[in-house]
Design a protein around this ligand. Sequence first.
Ligand code: B12
Ligand code: SF4
Length: 480
Amino acid sequence: MIEVTLIDIPVKCRSVDSGFRKVLEKSLKAQELLYINKFPEARLLRNKRQFSRGVLSLLAHLLSGGVKASYFSYGQNREREILAAVRESRFVGINAMTVTYTAAIRLLARIKDENPAVITILGGSHPTYCADECLENDAVDFVVRGAGENPLRRLIEEYPDVGGIAGLSYKTEDKKVRHNKLEANVDRANILPAYDRLPAPLDEYKINLAVGDGCPFRCTFCTDWRRCRRLTLFDPETVTRELLYLKVHLPEFEVMQFFDSVFTWNPEQVKAVCRIIRDKNIRFRFLCDTVPAAVNQEIVEILASAGFIGIKLGVETDRNDILKVLHKPHTLNDFIRAADIIHEYSDALVTAYWMSGLPGSDAYSMRHTAGLIRDLMNDGVIDVLSHKLFIPYPGTDVFERPGNYSGRIAGCDWDSYDRMAGKPVYVTDGFESLNWVDYFTQIEQTALNAYCRRLGLSEDDLDNYDNVSSYKYGYCKIEI
Ligand code: B12
Ligand code: SF4
């Protein structure tokens, strides 16, 4: 008997408009070539598989406590294998982002058909903020809100006596939903994800690392700061343990990303982590996310010396009035200043995350933005553009109070809550005259033109670079 089976649904594959896809694929190839030109040794993220670090962390926590647990990745393991394990399991746990929620519910229904006695648990970014909705499904017995390590372990150990388990939501005997109080911050500092349980070799996966949890800012369209009540920094020793594990199991110069919301927020932490990377001769190449206020000469030089080849900043929009409404902690000039510092003191490429369809924008201002992006790229301020659609997810202020931002939420078709979907979820009258697919294609084409100019290549030349694509939008083999 397996005590618990965990099933990871890492992404929901989707198709995009064919014209947009053509430009996007070329643009992704060109981005990789920009990195290859500057850092020829770097092993880039070619066709990597994805996994949820959260689910691997839960698995490691359970295994270390002696729980008999199995792990599957939906889309990588065959459904037949998964259902066979489910028949033998007492509990089944699945993760869900908003965009993978319907797939998770569908799979849970199949699981209940297969083994009606199994106890099902849903966790992750979507259930954390939509527990009531999740529990309307007969296939869902429990929802874990927030960090899942302790609630899941306790549920397995204490079921059916679950009243005192923090973070748990469930239906009581009188069919009412009960939400236990939230779990306090979980110290994940000692958990090394159970990498050895992944179904494919480790070097086939995109590795995401973290040195902490949470964000010091309070942007109204984001939940990163709500997930963790205060910004928590992990002990550098734990980070060391993970990096040393990866050093043994992965080739040199593998590229991996620190996904901390603001990786350089605490200079002492950054110095400690980069010192470890250098002292232990960990020869990977790294990417990280941060904000303009946490970029300065000293930090950039330290990052460069530890092998950071890309620094990514959430610009979101050139409109300072919109940034202010969203509580974004910078202006466009702050971003330009930070990008200049990065370029002056390192070879790292600057990625700008950019969003279209933000509250306060309209079709006219977004067309103006397209010209500005072109100029920033041609001037070498932005090396790589990561342009997405604005989607307010459950748990954000914009989702909960769209009227305060002069817009409305178009509906809860969760499958369309994808930032590459090309169809806005948050709508205002100002967007009415916009053809979104054309607009997205135009922005990506602008970026592609800038990449080609930098590379000295034509678009047709890019066709000769096969298999240089890091993201699988629109041409995934697996449909959920
Ligand atoms: C790495 C990452 C990715 C990776 C891996 C995704 C994955 N499945 O984990 C990739 C690149 C694939 C990815 C893609 C996307 N991502 Co992403 N991603 C992240 C990021 C930066 C880190 C996730 C992580 O590993 N966290 C650390 C682990 C330890 O925490 P965790 O995953 O939350 O898991 C804990 C709990 O949630 C809970 N839990 C989770 N699962 C389960 C299951 C059970 C049974 C239980 C009991 C508990 C439980 O316990 C875990 C351990 O404590 C987060 C932001 C963040 N900092 O968390 C965004 C985030 C998860 N991503 C987000 C989004 C929107 C996306 C995209 C949809 C973006 C897009 N293109 O539109 C795409 C997916 C597109 C698609 N078509 O499928 C949003 C999700 C919001 C939402 N409500 O859905 C987040 C929160 C970012 C944000 N603030 O907007 N992402
Ligand atoms: S958008 Fe960035 S800075 Fe703002 S709360 Fe989210 S992670 Fe933090």
